[in-house]
Design a protein around this ligand. Sequence first.
Ligand code: MSP
Length: 504
Amino acid sequence: MSSYYYTTPIFYTNDSPHIGHTYSTILCDFFARYTSLCNEECIWSTGTDEHGQKIADSAIKKNKQCIEYVDEISKQFFSMGKKFNISNNIFTRTTSKEHFKTVKKIWQTLEQNNFTYKGKYCGWYAVRDEAFYNDSEIKDGVVIATGAEVSWVEEDTYFFKLSSLTDQLLEFYEKNPNFIYPQTRYNEVKSFIKEGLKDISVSRKRVSWGIPVPNDDVQTIYVWLDALSSYLTSLEFTNNNSNLYEKFWSSNESKKIHIIGKDILRFHAIYWPAFLMAANLSLPNHLIVHGWWTNDGEKISKSLGNVIDPIKLADEFSVEYVRYFLLREMNIGNDGDFNKKIFIQKINSELADNIGNLIQRVLVMIHKNDINFEDIVFDKNLLDDAYNIVSEAKHIIKKYNPPQYIECIITIASMANSYINKKEPWSLAKNKKIDELSEVLISVTELIRIIAIMLIPVIPDSAKKITQILQIEEDLCNMNCLSYHYAVHKKPLQSLGVIFPKIQ
Ligand code: MSP
């Protein structure tokens, strides 16, 4: 059995959470909940990235001490996760004592393994990206790819011998063609490595807000080495009494999956594996790289004033609807657009009209006609079709495609609605064809059971309401129970009100 470990990026505490952060978080929650729904062992972590010049500058602007400032913003990220009903086990902050220990240990290992050396860095640095850039990546004082402003830096530094790992990284990429999803990103990284890698600077002299280099505290460890190491802090890397690290990172059974946005690919696809190789530690198994959200087709940015506040959005439309839309709308390989009109249309047509209406009308008919759930007969054809779609959905998840997974759920609901329209249970009732009527309604109830269980990773609260109405025991709420053997066998309760109210 595998032990799955998922992570979100840790979020910069220079500003409050926005919809992009919420998306990374919900996506991770979705995969982790799905994995648990398959009875696999799974933990997942999120947290905040609190060091570096960008954050120190923001604290100064607000007239606050760095620690006071990051405490405040880190809490906002923590509450955002709670608000969106995420099921994470771990929240890691880079200002924690445990994290300092992890980074120190990794630094010392890199040093002992002869992967660092002292030198002088002369080049471009973008504070917004906390990244060093080559001349070819800059135009008119900004980074071509990200638009971040750069400044010229000349300072003593410690370098990391990234160039010496070029061949080893390429070999790793050759052997692991599925390391990055989507494939286009994998190809992009591989060709980048092929061009040859340069050594990178892994300390800053003029930035004091961070973790000091062991035995040289005029230098501060580069914020990306600091931040990436948090994935190990989350597993209690330096705690000898804990087996989390062993179980979820270093063992052969562990499956380590980082969920990241496209802007931080290079750090996760090159630097992080290289640091781990140099420290003789295991490498992650997969990177899932998602695109960016735009607002009504426009890039989201503070200067345009179109940042979407996830908390306000959830207060206006409900957490469940926002979760649904974000997972439904963005194909991971592409960018996604947030458009209120489409949001309302999707929720109303797919949740309220399709699934919600289905449940409502089936429950009413079951109770009105006092359907007996003791002698159960199913329409085998209908159920077979639905179970086939379940198999398809399981396959789709292996390709990390939440929108298509949700599409499968919608297809099952549409199938159930068409079946009802074709069989006309109201006529069967009128003509007292009770056996046929029972078969139709019980079969459709089984489809609702499938829908409810499949919805758990998407909208856990609503899914739970439905499983409770259907009286499905908690330990049978999992993906392995979507077959005849576990098919519905209890009469559902009367509906407890509208599950998916329409947005007006
Ligand atoms: N602190 C680094 C990550 C360190 S991980 C070891 C960082 N933080 S961030 O707060 O800037 O971004 C965190 C995540 O939010 C990234 O995956 C980024 O892609 C994502 N998003 C930021 N804006 C976004 C959108 N507009 N849309 C979707 N996700 C975006 O990078």
